[in-house]
Structure formats: C-alpha cells, structure tokens
Design a protein. Structure first.
Length: 313
C-alpha cells in the first residue's frame, strides 16, 4: 500500500508548462492529495498500533519465563541437597540409609518418595531448558519484527511529510491564482447536539463540540485541538467510556456489523475501503474530520458511497 501511494504522490505537482491549471483542476489535485494523505496517516496509525502490540508481547514474554525460573531454583536446590548428602555419606549413603530401616513398608514408601523427587526435579530442569530455548527464539523473532515495524513507521512518516508539503504548495498556488486557499462551503458549524440518551449520546455530543475547529489541522492526531478521522471517532467514544483503536480499519474490526437501515446516532460510517470513518449523528448526517485544511464538520452521510457501518460494542 505504501509503495502504491508513493507512486501516486509523485505525479501531483506535474502540470503542463504551457497551461496554468484551472481552479477546478487545482481543487481536484488538492482533494486527491488529501485522500492520499489520509491513507498514509491511517497506515501510520496502524503501524503504531502494531508496534505497541510488539512491545507488549515482549513484556509478556519476559514475564512468562519467571515461573520456569522459580521452579528451576527449587529443583536445583533439591538436586544440590541430594548431591551433598551423597557426598557426605558416600556413594551408597542414601541407599544405605533407606535399607537401614527395619520397616519394609516404610522402606518402599521412602524409595518411591525419593524417586518422585528426582523425577520432579528433572522435569522442572527439562521444562526450564525447553522454555529458555523457546524464549530465546520468540525474543529474537519479536526483535526482528520490532525493527521492521520501526523502519516502516519511519518510511511512512517521511511520505506523510512529503504529501503535506505537496498540499501546502497546491493551496498556495490556488490562493495566488484565485485568491483563496480554502475550500468553499466547508463551514464546520453543526448547531446544537441532539438529546440522545446513553453512551452514544455522550459520543455524539463530543463530536458536535469539535465541529468548526480551526482549518488546517494536522493529521495523525486524536485531540484535543486537532484530529484525523479515526482520532475523532476514537476520542468521541473514549469520552463515552469505550476504547477504540486509532485506525479506521481496526475500528471496523472492533465494531459490530449493522446495515444502513439499522443506523443509530453514535454508530460509525466507513468509507473508501476503510480509509475514512465518521460518526453518525442522525438525520442522514455524520460528523467527521474530513480533509487536511478543512474544519471538522457535519455533513451528509452520502459524501461518498459508504463501505460499511459499525456499532461500538
């Protein structure tokens, strides 16, 4: 996905030398760049989620070896004790001690007990050896994964900066040629929030409060002053006590599938093959952080063909 975006981005600024682009052409280029910036940003968010999971796996792995170490210490101590006793009493010391008993029933019990101890010790030692080998292999694999994810994150961050620079140049060109670098008809004013009960009402009320934020907000953000699309829906539902990942595709996986006819305020609406997400506020409207350079706003659910719908569990 990253490679495909890189190829697409390379052609943004190319315009024929003999003809200045029209305002409509510039707007189209800005819209295309904004969509690709959002795709890059969602990839960036997904990589951060993956990197955090790898770090958590490493922590859990380190904790998982502690029980095996504890059993090894006990087994080693018992082995050392048996060895020390054998040294003091001679090679047949323990056996001689057992045979010295005149009670044959007690003798059998004591021999069985000693055998159990030896077997248990060996099992603990073997288990530790196997656990250590597995630990080393898993630890090496996690370190390799972490290195790859970090490299990918840095690459995506660089591409993100490149697209942001392209958008600034396009807007500056549009402003110079046509006197306005902002989109028309993109007011973020959403009016008063509807009275909706429960956690969905809290999430929707939060989204309404974010409307009309200053234009030119950054991407890759989850508030309080700037948001990307999944950052806004995540923050809205976080206020309502529900945790969502900071990525549109991950939010799709984390929510229950519903149909358009089942939509209720607070549900999530997904677009562009999970490249964009907004929160449904009722009346056929959503509130979303749409494009770089535009304020968060309330607008029709039909801004483009929805990919699917999700209800926060």
């Amino acid at each position: 996905m990253v490679a495909a975006l890189a190829i697409a981005v390379s052609g943004f600024m190319a315009t024929p030398a003999h003809a200045a682009p029209s305002e409509a052409e510039l707007k189209k280029q800005i819209d295309t760049a904004s969509n690709q910036l959002e795709d890059i940003t969602e990839s960036f968010n997904k990589l951060k989620i993956d990197l955090a999971k790898t770090a958590a796996d490493q922590k859990n792995l380190a904790a998982s070896i502690a029980p095996a170490k504890a059993k090894l210490l006990v087994a080693s101590a018992q082995v050392d004790n048996i060895a020390a006793t054998s040294y003091k009493q001679g090679k047949i010391g323990p056996m001689a001690a057992l045979l010295s008993s005149s009670n044959q029933t007690g003798l059998v019990d004591r021999m069985s007990y000693l055998d159990l101890i030896q077997r248990a010790n060996q099992r603990d030692i073997d288990a530790y050896t196997q656990t250590t080998q597995t630990f080393d292999q898993r630890s090496a694999a996690l370190k390799t994964t972490q290195a790859k994810q970090t490299a990918q994150l840095n690459e995506v961050a660089a591409r993100k900066s490149k697209i942001e620079g392209d958008i600034k140049k396009l807007r500056a060109l549009r402003q110079q040629a046509f006197g306005s670098a902002t989109e028309t008809g993109v007011s973020g004013a959403a009016g008063p929030a509807p009275n909706i009960a429960g956690s969905a009402g809290e999430a929707v009320a939060f989204a309404y409060k974010q409307a009309n934020k200053p234009a030119y907000y950054g991407y890759g953000d989850s508030g309080p002053s700037t948001f990307d699309c999944s950052g806004l829906t995540m923050a809205a539902w976080n206020v309502a006590g529900k945790s969502l990942p900071h990525n549109a595709a991950a939010q799709y996986s984390a929510t229950a599938r519903i149909s358009k006819s089942q939509l209720q305020p607070g549900d999530l609406v997904f677009y562009r093959s999970l490249g964009h997400v907004g929160i449904y506020v009722g009346g056929g409207m959503i509130i979303d952080a749409s494009r770089e350079g535009e304020p968060i706003k309330k607008r029709s659910i039909n801004i483009m063909t929805p990919y699917g719908y999700g209800r926060v569990k």
